[in-house]
Design a protein. Structure first.
Length: 151
């Protein structure tokens, strides 16, 4: 395993594996530093560097890259999920109850949002009669969570 010729190809394969892994885990930036570290180690290997130099390069570049990406990961984790994308576009929309939402937890009725009918739950588990106007405050699975409009 001390053959520098062999390590050239091991590093090249490692670059591919880490890059594909990062693509699968898109947005995590977990494997990106390792892909960059393996890429730099590949360059060192093809430049004639020894196996020890390749490992030092891989380890140090990966560690520095991981440390540099920590602030970016934290900022991305703090970013709130945007409304207006997918079913979350329904949040803050008015709807009309077309089937009474019964009182109690996990009780559902139906509301009309534009031309669509959605299962709906009351946010405070209170009954909301048919014909009432409500506002969507959240989307959970295939149901919207609604609150009664104050008159």
């Amino acid at each position: 395993m001390d053959d520098p010729e062999l390590w050239r190809w091991i590093w090249l394969v490692a670059v591919g594996i880490f890059a594909v892994g990062e693509g699968i885990l898109a947005g995590s930036f977990f494997l990106l530093p390792f892909a960059v570290g393996a890429l730099i180690a590949t360059i060192v290997a093809f430049s004639g560097g020894g196996v020890a130099a390749q490992w030092v390069t891989f380890t140090s570049v990966s560690l520095v890259g991981a440390l540099l990406l920590i602030p970016l990961r934290r900022r991305l984790d703090r970013t709130k999920q945007q409304n207006g994308v997918g079913a979350r576009r329904l949040i803050d929309q008015e709807a009309v109850v077309v089937a009474t939402i019964a009182a109690g937890p996990s009780q559902v009725g139906e509301v009309r949002l534009g031309r669509e009918i959605w299962r709906a739950e009351s946010n405070n588990h209170a009954e909301i009669p048919e014909g009432s106007t409500v506002r969507v405050i959240d989307v959970r699975g295939t149901a919207v969570i609604v609150t009664s409009q104050s008159v």
